[in-house]
Design a protein around this ligand. Sequence first.
Ligand SMILES: [Zn+2]
Length: 302
Amino acid sequence: MNLAFISKNIYDKPLKICPLCDSPEIKQYYIINKYNPQFKVDRCSACGFMFMNPRFSMHLVKNLYNEDYYSGNAEYSYYDERDAETYSRFVWERRIKKIRQYVQTGNFLDVGCAFGGLLKTASEYFTPFGIEISKYSGSRAKALFGENIHIGSLSDHHFKHSFFSVITMIELLEHVNDPIPAVTECYNLLKKGGLLIIQTANMDGLQAKILKEKYGYFMPGHFSYFTKSNLEDLLRKTGFNKIKVFYPVEFGLLPKLLKSRYNFKSFLDYVKWIRIAYYHYISKIRFGNFAATSSMVIYAVK
Ligand SMILES: [Zn+2]
């Protein structure tokens, strides 16, 4: 899919201050020109936060998450998790097991729930709820969980505050153009003692620093690029107290290996396990703000 077919209202007005810390010290950092239309990424000198600027308009964004996005036909795409469900379940089950070390049961909200795969696994122990901006995938989640699924965003849902025991945002926050209200809303939706889980790339990771503008995370749907410290600060500012960062994820290597077989076509594909294992273990190398790769998952308790 070539996004250039959307000829009008491609960009919003450029931001003059950092959307995370309000500093006017923002500078153009990268031009991402492998997509059409191209976009620019600014970096805030005060806090290190990176963000698309000017951002793509909502008019364009609404056209991103269609059937092509999920079927891999789009230039910029996700996968249709329904095809991969048998394999993805290994990761979902392990994640739910980890979550249950913190919270055993209650109302579970997956923000960006897509087809509802994680929620299906969660529903063994929790009451599942979801928010999904894409009508295409969200309507499939709705077929499973009915009115518990809201097609829309964190700014227009009908859920009650202090209602959820767990909220997950897996590879979601980078899609959000205004992260402070989004995380604040998650805080309000959680009960006291509730758990928020965020998975997004750590721009302080060596992986992102070496690859620079070629880093795969720079793509049209991604507006916000955090460092680990950006996220920790944001979580503290919004009221979360206990914060724990996992590298690369909060579970071990095995579920990832089992999930990877989804794309395997022959026995030779098992060679890929070497690369996956290498990435997993090298991701454990970190000290202070340094991390070898850019994978991280953050758990935060209200
Ligand atoms: Zn800033």
